[in-house]
Design a protein around this ligand. Sequence first.
Ligand SMILES: C[S@@+](CC[C@H](N)C(=O)[O-])C[C@H]1O[C@@H](n2cnc3c(N)ncnc32)[C@H](O)[C@@H]1O
Length: 322
Amino acid sequence: MEVSTSIERTQFAEDVLRGLTSTPKQLSSRYFYDDEGSRLFIEIMGLPEYYLTRAEMKIFTEQTEAIYAAFVNGSDSLDLIELGAGDGTKTAVLIEHFLKRRLDFTYSPTDISQEANDALQARFRDKFPDLRIKPHTGDYFKVLESLRNGSDRRKVLMFLGSNIGNFSQEKALEFFRSIRSVLNANDRLFIGFDMQKDPRVIVRAYDDPLGVTAAFNLNLLRRINRELDADFDLTKFSHYAQYRPLECAARSFLISREKQSVTIKALDRSFDLEQWEAIFMEISQKYTHAMIEELASESGFAIETEFYDEENFYIDSLWRPI
Ligand SMILES: C[S@@+](CC[C@H](N)C(=O)[O-])C[C@H]1O[C@@H](n2cnc3c(N)ncnc32)[C@H](O)[C@@H]1O
């Protein structure tokens, strides 16, 4: 089901052009999630090395009532808005509990990927026939604007799965400030942060031995071939991931195994790559508690409650506007 609109495709083409003419070359991880990318990400979430999903799932299954109480906090209804919802498997645990508790709420999943959003909607309508669901396809930043004059009900915005890790620290601050500007005093923001830990554990999560993460990264080249009429030869690239402990960040790259030229017909131009030249694909920022506190206070929030897993691998942090 490949149904991107011409506006999305133009934006995609512009971003690819900007990325491949930058130094170093880069491609944006927001375009990973076409049909195949969404399928591969579900496979990644099931890998033993990808501890992030398991840790957040454990927090949700073991602390469901505490999360419910913190979200509701005396309100009789709420709007639950999820940014970058993906397949929503973890969120389903919360939704099931909220429905059991007969909370009056609507759930609005937002995702840039039409495919991911359609699949989530179909599954949730089937699993939760009583759920009021209002899905939205689009970029997080654009969705925020639509919330500015939304309902007066308490809003809880969720940003799970360490999505924030894909932002540079500057971009994360800008993002939280934009969120802050559309929230009222009684609204809350709930964010999943992946914590700093043994670098070996982190790097394995982005470089699994079965090569699923490699396939996930390479799939973006396949998407460019298909949607922008390009001729990337995937066998001439290899995936490489590293973790830099001083920056608390994992990075992944596609490395050009030989000197080559790639033509993208939709852009009407070619791009030269040197042998071993790297295309920067994704950052996965890890956090210390001090970094989270600083990010909250610099973007106009205070930490209200935090939910940890038992290994302290991961935190879901609930913020209130100040
Ligand atoms: C790492 S997955 C996480 C999914 C889910 N939150 C979870 O915890 O399993 C990131 C999701 O964010 C979406 N996404 C990435 N960039 C986006 C953007 N700029 N605006 C909206 N959604 C975006 C992707 O399509 C993908 O479904």
